[in-house]
Ligand binder design. Structure first.
Ligand code: SF4
Length: 569
């Protein structure tokens, strides 16, 4: 499709991804420009007005803003207060303020309450939210205040970064109406080339554009690789009287092995509505490890099954989370481009929080874009002000304070807890030099070295569910007749799944995907099993792109509008 005629659309500033960082950034930028221009009109400020020629755009791959958003989520309100001080009066979707909290260590049958709440997990004053409602609300604020300046384009996935040399020119959006072989169907609509003075990328964890852009522009030079966990989540309606509204519970320990970083959450959105989930780090060694399986097993713990007993699962979702912290943040700017939210590594895993940092990163990028528009200079030399603004903000102080957190957990979880705790509270975060960390997939061991396969719980479809049942509850849909968006390659390695991987690792994709996209099936009875990719189940979590031991799976954007439709997540 290289010779295809594409429309070119110009924007002044283009945000890629309608998550909290992109939406907050666009809102803040529009307000800065409007306030600036009004002040010049009134004569209270000197200078040139900023006349947007083509406006601010926001691309979103989901059918609606919020559809692909998933988080725990307990939000620190510090950034939303800065963005919209009267956010509560304006109807910000708070499920509950945090009213109580506990942290437990689990063994298979018991639980032990931490006598002291670790300060990183103290949530007094924070808000239990649903991230997809937060994104919807931010889009509403944009539409009611700045619809003349900002256009949101749902169902427009960013497919490719457009460059002029190393200068980012904009984004090519995905084609619509291609058949399974990539040939145009009768409804074919080519993607559009959107050129922008500044492209601000906030795609969430393991963004497919960020993955191209960071190495190409060498934004990861001298940095740690990003490392990830996979979070698997359900919303349950449970009988009243189990946990009160606003209660926040975290657990560590079982069912993860003692060298595996991760844990669970239960957040009470009301007296009967519970957000429950489990995050497992992706630097595990056993190729049969399954993040959905760990969540399933966790729900069979007597404490958890007792809480959920008599309840009903309402929705399901899964998503990766960037865990690397400060040293895994790429350089945040280059010619014509800024990275925000998880594309820039803005998440504090020691606090299990990122929404506040995402919003703040969007705001800082907006302030930097505002200055670039004033100077009419979009080079890295001007845009580096974004990194300077970050360095003098509370976001930097917070991330710097936990800069070595995740590196402590590459061995024993328990030793890691002690080291990380002492580091943060006694030495302000430990060494000022970068402590390295290895990329996740390098930890995976071959079948012969990894020990026994990890046992799985048989789903009872009341407390525990098969992956396919869960996928149904995620609302996931894709147009079936389109190219598979899980690309195995390059070409000379395209058969590795049916040959070497089967022998060496036992096809870990069957286990790590929380949506049963990858299946080894016998094409005919007695014939060797072959990989089948059920791409229409994909919940866009990106685990496969990260955890595959040969790094031959590339997640690319499917046709716009495909994917999960999360509610209350
Ligand atoms: Fe996640 Fe990959 Fe499975 Fe899609 S195919 S749900 S991105 S692991």
């Amino acid at each position: 499709m290289a010779d295809i005629q594409r429309d070119v659309m110009d924007m002044d500033v283009l945000f890629v991804g309608a998550g909290p960082s992109g939406l907050a950034g666009a809102y803040h930028l529009a307000r800065l420009i409007k306030t600036h221009n009004e002040a010049i009109d009134k004569g209270t400020k000197q200078g040139q007005k900023i006349n947007l020629e083509n406006g601010i755009g926001i691309l979103e791959k989901g059918r609606n803003v919020g559809d692909h958003m998933l988080s725990g989520a307990v939000m620190d309100p510090v950034a939303i207060k800065e963005l919209i001080p009267d956010f509560i009066e304006k109807g910000f979707p708070v499920e509950s303020e945090v009213t109580g909290e506990a942290v437990y260590f689990l063994t298979q049958k018991s639980k032990f309450k931490f006598p002291i709440l670790p300060p990183t997990l103290q949530n007094h004053g924070n808000l239990i939210c649903s991230l997809n409602k937060v994104a919807e609300w931010l889009a509403e604020q944009i539409n009611s205040e700045f619809s003349d300046m900002i256009n949101i384009f749902p169902e427009f996935p960013g497919k490719e970064v457009l460059y002029d040399g190393d200068n980012v020119l904009g984004i090519r959006t995905g084609d619509k109406g291609l058949d399974a072989h990539g040939n145009p169907k009768s409804n074919f609509e080519p993607g559009v080339d959107i050129h922008a003075k500044i492209t601000i990328v906030g795609e969430g964890p393991r963004g497919s554009l960020t993955k191209q852009l960071v190495p190409r522009l060498k934004l990861d030079e001298g940095k740690n690789p990003q490392v990830y966990g996979t979070g698997v989540k359900e919303i349950w309606e449970i009988p009243a009287g189990r946990l009160k509204k606003g209660m926040v519970v975290h657990t560590a320990g079982w069912p993860l092995a003692s060298n595996h970083y991760g844990g669970s959450w239960l957040y009470m959105m009301s007296d009967t509505m519970c957000s429950i989930g489990f995050v497992s780090a992706l630097d595990y060694s056993n190729p049969t490890f399954d993040p959905h399986g760990a969540f399933t097993l966790f729900k069979t713990h007597p404490y958890i099954s007792g809480l959920l007993d008599g309840g009903k699962m309402l929705t399901y979702g899964a998503k990766t989370v960037s865990e690397g912290g400060y040293w895994s943040m790429p350089k945040l700017y280059a010619d014509g481009v800024l990275l925000i939210g998880e594309s820039g590594g803005f998440i504090n895993i020691s606090r299990l929080k990122g929404i506040h940092l995402a919003i703040k990163s969007g705001m800082l990028a907006a302030e930097s874009a505002f200055e670039a528009l004033q100077k009419n200079d979009y080079s890295a030399n001007t845009l580096k002000i974004y990194e300077e603004k970050f360095k003098s903000s509370w976001a930097h102080r917070e991330l710097w304070g936990s800069r070595n957190w995740r590196q402590n957990f590459t061995g024993s979880f328990y030793t890691g807890m002690i080291k990380a705790g002492l580091q943060i509270y006694l030495t302000g975060g430990g060494t000022k030099h970068r402590t390295p960390i290895a990329v996740d997939y390098k930890h995976m061991k071959k079948k012969t070295e990894a020990g026994a396969p990890i046992e799985k719980v048989k789903a009872d479809e009341k407390l525990t569910f098969q992956k396919l049942t869960d996928v149904y509850y995620s609302g996931t849909k894709h147009e079936e007749h389109q190219p598979c968006h899980l690309v195995i390659g390059p070409k000379d390695l395209a058969d590795i799944c049916n040959t070497r991987c089967k022998e060496e690792y036992g096809n870990p994709c069957q286990h790590f995907c929380p949506a049963q996209v990858y299946e080894m099936i016998e094409p005919e009875p007695g014939k060797p099993s072959q990989l089948r990719i059920n791409f229409s189940n994909c919940v866009h979590c990106k685990t496969c792109d990260i955890a595959d031991p040969y790094q031959v799976i590339t997640w690319v954007t499917p046709e716009g509008g495909g994917g999960p439709v999360y509610k209350n997540m």
